[in-house]
Design a protein around this ligand. Structure first.
Ligand SMILES: [Zn+2]
Ligand SMILES: [Zn+2]
Length: 154
């Protein structure tokens, strides 16, 4: 079995919430953990379909919700249109820089963000429990960016 520990965590989570334990939900779990990088629900659905899965779109959508609640996936909002997901399982907390022209996503970590998030929480009378940080930017190297403005005018 792939991702056995994640499987067990998800099974426990489903049991606790009195959710049905179906093989389709574990198929979605495996596909989500195996997906390289960030994906939308539709991208995952299409990639599963291409691998001859018969899981329905509705099952993909609602299983992704459950996987986020179980903290095996994180939901990311890089724009106001589409929700993205990524595996949380065996991964370090990280932040994102997103090109607003081409959508390229670069991950990074920086200890200063952890420190400042805690300091701001404290100074406002809170104990910071988690934080997420996105930078929206434009590719500096125009040849990497298929939608850069410079290129469209040349
Ligand atoms: Zn990420
Ligand atoms: Zn770009």
């Amino acid at each position: 079995m792939k991702n056995q520990q994640a499987n067990e965590l998800f099974r426990d989570y489903l049991k606790r919430g009195n959710n049905r334990i179906t093989p389709e939900r574990f198929e979605v779990l495996d596909a989500a953990l195996e997906f390289d990088g960030h994906f939308s629900a539709d991208e995952l659905f299409i990639s599963m379909k291409n691998n001859n899965s018969r899981v329905s779109r509705a099952t993909v959508y609602n299983t992704l919700e459950l996987l986020c609640q179980a903290e095996l996936l994180s939901q990311r909002n890089f724009s106001n249109k589409v929700n993205y997901y990524e595996s949380n399982y065996k991964r370090q907390n990280h932040f994102h820089l997103v090109c607003i022209d081409c959508g390229r996503i670069v991950e990074f970590t920086d200890k200063r963000i952890e420190k400042i998030s805690k300091e701001i929480g404290l100074s406002l009378g809170f104990k910071t429990s988690s934080y997420s940080y996105n930078i929206f930017a434009r590719c500096d190297n125009k040849s990497n960016c298929p939608f850069s403005h410079d290129k469209s005018h040349s």
